[in-house]
Design a protein around this ligand. Sequence first.
Ligand code: FE
Length: 230
Amino acid sequence: MRANKLDRWGVAWPWAPATLLGFAGTAGKNAPPAGVQLPPLPYDLNALEPFISVRTMSFHYGKHHQAYVDNLNKLTTGTPRAGQPVEKLVQETCGVAEQAGVFNNAAQLWNHTFFWHSMKSGGGGRPAGRLLEMIERSFSGFEAFKSAFVEAGVAQFGSGWVWLVQDGALLKIAKTSNADTPMAHGQTALITCDVWEHAYYLDYQNRRKDFLQMFVDHLANWDFAASQLK
Ligand code: FE
């Protein structure tokens, strides 16, 4: 259970993180509606301009991310899975064919929340400290890592995600398809970039490589990545 980890993301959640992650609403007049809630963005919709437009953020967060929340609630309401934490749903439905709908929507809910925190205004540049040391040890240098991350994102066929994950003392780049997520497989994700077309098409059209290069150069939140290290 990593519910408390949300605290380390530095977000002023409007209600308890455990509730945000999918526990049923608590009793009381200020309780949120039952079911999973759309997590708040850690910044304003225009915070990532000029690199990601308000228009993209409005669709991506307000429509796509919201749809995963709504679909998950539709699929779980009235079932034993209602009110379960999102991470538990993802890990327990991974690879279960008849639960594919729950998995896809729960994993996309988690992935997008992780993605928003993987970026910040004034991001990019170089990490520091232990994270930089681990990157340099794992990839023969920070510039080599950035190139490998961008190339992995370009090489992901169709929709998916590119990740930096921790594997013991080393770091690795991982690609996942569609909703799949390292968290479902027990890996520790540090940072991610969404390479579904809806993430970049309005701003970059088919230029996925330009979007990924922009991500590592200008938006990557290395402080967040470092906070996820074990
Ligand atoms: Fe997306």
